[in-house]
Design a binder for this molecule. Structure first.
Ligand code: MG
Length: 272
């Protein structure tokens, strides 16, 4: 185990408490999709990315796009814990006028590099940022987290083809492969299978990992960063609702608010 992993595990547990608390207090939100990306977001924000919370618009920063924008409680918790804005913003999630909208808004939230929520756009947006960085002579990386369900949007595959054609070596995409989308199993809804094989056919560098294992996440990122002549995808097998036993793999938690008893049970589990 890498020396930083115990800190990352503890941070992930803190983010999960933040996420469930925010959604409970907001009375609305997407717990399952937020909980499955926690380790990916934690690794990026607390270990990997070159960022400066005091300068969220720093031109040389690494970029992050949460293409599955409905998972934004995970992003907001990471940004707050990393110092981009005060922790006392978190209870304002989804409130009228709050900087923390139900889907990410780059004009409202410090550290949010791209507005998302309309699904399927993240890879195309990331490709644009990576191409711009190369034109400007910058050496930042662009990280995108996309859901597996949103891969059924046509623009995704257009972007995948273009990014490979443009040899965007600084574009690194994670697929949060939890197997579910809002209306059911991804494979049953759209027929999508062999995600890595499909990216490879378009010319991408591909890796498949356990998306909750920090050693695997960090190693995969290092390998992807070294791949400078083609974009990289890291297919991260995850569990929707990871970390809270009664939420895990139960798709009724795609969009659902915990009862008081459920909230207290989750907090007890995440504090143990
Ligand atoms: Mg999914």
């Amino acid at each position: 185990m890498r020396p930083e992993v115990p800190m990352l595990i503890e941070t992930a547990r803190t983010l999960r408490r933040d996420i469930f608390t925010m959604i409970y207090q907001a009375g609305d939100g997407h717990p399952g999709a937020s909980l499955s990306v926690v380790e990916l977001v934690t690794a990026l924000y607390f270990k990997v990315m070159r960022i400066d919370p005091a300068r969220p618009d720093w031109p040389d920063r690494d970029r992050f796009i949460l293409s599955k924008g409905h998972g934004c409680p995970a992003w907001y918790a990471a940004l707050a814990r990393r110092g981009f804005f005060p922790l006392d913003w978190l209870p304002t999630l989804r409130k009228l006028g709050s900087p923390l909208q139900g889907h990410p808004d780059m004009k409202k939230t410090p550290g949010v590099d791209m507005t998302t929520g309309s699904l399927g756009h993240g890879i195309a947006l990331g490709a644009g940022m990576a191409a711009a960085g190369r034109l400007l002579g910058k050496n930042y990386f662009v990280y995108v987290v996309t859901g597996d369900g949103e891969l059924n949007e046509g623009i995704v595959w257009e972007a995948i083809q273009s990014a490979a054609h443009m040899r965007l070596g600084r574009l690194i995409v994670f697929v949060d492969h939890n197997g579910w989308q809002s209306c059911g199993r991804v494979e049953q809804v759209s027929g999508l299978r062999d995600i890595a094989g499909r990216f490879a056919a378009f010319g991408w560098h591909t890796q498949e990992i356990d998306g909750h294992d920090f050693d695997q996440i960090l190693s995969a990122i290092e390998v992807a960063q070294a791949e400078r002549d083609r974009p990289s995808v890291i297919v991260a097998r995850t569990i929707k609702g990871k970390g809270i036993p009664f939420v895990e793999n139960d798709n009724s938690w795609h969009k659902r608010v915990p009862s008081r008893a459920e909230y207290e049970s989750a907090m007890k589990h995440l504090s143990a």
